[in-house]
Design a protein around this ligand. Sequence first.
Ligand SMILES: *Cc1c(COP(=O)(O)O)cnc(C)c1O
Length: 361
Amino acid sequence: MADGIQPQPGIMDIALYKGGEAHLDGVRNVLKLSSNENPLGPSEAAKEAFRRAAHDLHRYPSTDHAALRAAIGDVWGVDPARVFCGVGSGEVLKLLAEAYAGPGDEVVFTEHGFSMYPIYARACGATPVVVPEHERVVDVDAILAACGPKTKLVFVANPANPTGTMVGAAEVARLANGLPSQALLVLDGAYAEYVEGFDAGKSLVESRENVVMSRTFSKIYGLGGMRVGWGYAPQAVIDVLNRIRGPFNLSAAALAAAEAAVRDTEHTEKCRIENAKWREWMATALAELGVPSDTSTANFVLARFTDEAEADACDAKLRDAGIIVRKVAGYKLPHCLRITVGDESACRRVVHAVAQFKGAV
Ligand SMILES: *Cc1c(COP(=O)(O)O)cnc(C)c1O
């Protein structure tokens, strides 16, 4: 390639995102617990809507996403006019960064924050600013101390990934209130549906001008393969995002599946309850084996080991047993493994393998 052809500054500083692994050489019956996928899968109604979409593949999809936004409005009690749909919540977060940050600007997130945040920051030429947490919990005072005249965006996942911890509503409100006037607070609610009765920032979006909430169909709705997410934002932000998104960013099949999924509240509720039950069971069983974790509010457990060597050795043992979990050294948590809460048999398989590793069976 010609020497003069160079990408925008910042892009070559991006480390490639590594997704959760799905295969182990020579192992059949692999148990993939590395990407926080819903073990129960999507609603039957969502699958049926996807199959029906096959009849109209020659048609362009809706460009205003009106039917999906109306369904989200009905189910979550939000104003459909202020809902924005994207190709996964990832697209919503990326467009926010593109629209509001650029060279010379700062994008703030915390040390164990989701690994896509620095990618979104660098991709638009902005400077990532990493803030410490307090014992694996987002520290509002540390974030506020890191904000200044260059801060344009603050990304906070609540519940957080990979820690599974949360910050309370009063703390989140204090954060929104304390930000500099040019900064937007983005509350990433990828795991919000796992927390019963949780508002995930909805009321802050409605009462303030500087808060956006993002949500996804990839986690509790079991539609990671369809790529659908949404944001809830002040009208001014929605108007900005609509100018820069592709007019047909979501496929007809994705829109149809997501709409059916969000309306099937019975399935969502069942997934939330099953997750809470087996998360608690697995966390307790692991703790009894000497592997503690913070109380998780999401669909995974961040298992803590004595040190990195023990975490690596346990990971190797799990792989021998055909189980793939997530190493999180890249999140400054080298002594931890993030384990997705699977179904009953998956949780039992994990605990059995860890028990063998610890010499308990
Ligand atoms: C999984 C996850 C997402 C979801 O990304 P999609 O693009 O919607 O699949 C967003 N934020 C966090 C923190 C996540 O863990």
